[in-house]
Design a binder for this molecule. Sequence first.
Ligand SMILES: C[S@@+](CC[C@H](N)C(=O)[O-])C[C@H]1O[C@@H](n2cnc3c(N)ncnc32)[C@H](O)[C@@H]1O
Length: 147
Amino acid sequence: MSSRPELQAPPEIFYDDDEARKYTSSSRIIKIQSELTERALEILALPKDGVPRLLLDIGCGSGLSGETLTDNGHQWIGLDISDSMLNVALEREVEGDVLLADMGEGLGFRSGVIDGAISISAIQVDFLLFHYLFFLSSFICCKMFNH
Ligand SMILES: C[S@@+](CC[C@H](N)C(=O)[O-])C[C@H]1O[C@@H](n2cnc3c(N)ncnc32)[C@H](O)[C@@H]1O
């Protein structure tokens, strides 16, 4: 079976208690999430005036990316579909507030409330799972109708 999480199960199933702990304790993952978050901050290009911004971390997981936001002096709200990942974030006493939510259902923030948003290694999980299921169902249909 593929080692890619997005090809194994929906994120709220894949990131269970065991996987959430394993994920959060991997030094390789910690480094990658930190580096990608630094890059996301560069791309956001927030004013360098020392004023903390309120950022949204979409698919915040156990808060590894959020920690880099904290290290850069920002406040953040994280949302994630996996309650196991969020429980690990709470145990780790991350500085951000975390919410159980599916990004696909909309975010519910009024315009202007958030200064910026990041999403690190989260969107491809849903995107690839969608495409995988789409091609699998197309393949099954072709077989059924002998195309
Ligand atoms: C590879 S982890 C990255 C987590 C986070 N960036 C970090 O630094 O720990 C991907 C996260 O995206 C979350 N995710 C995937 N699809 C989601 C969705 N539709 N809504 C909210 N979170 C989602 C997963 O539950 C998982 O915690």
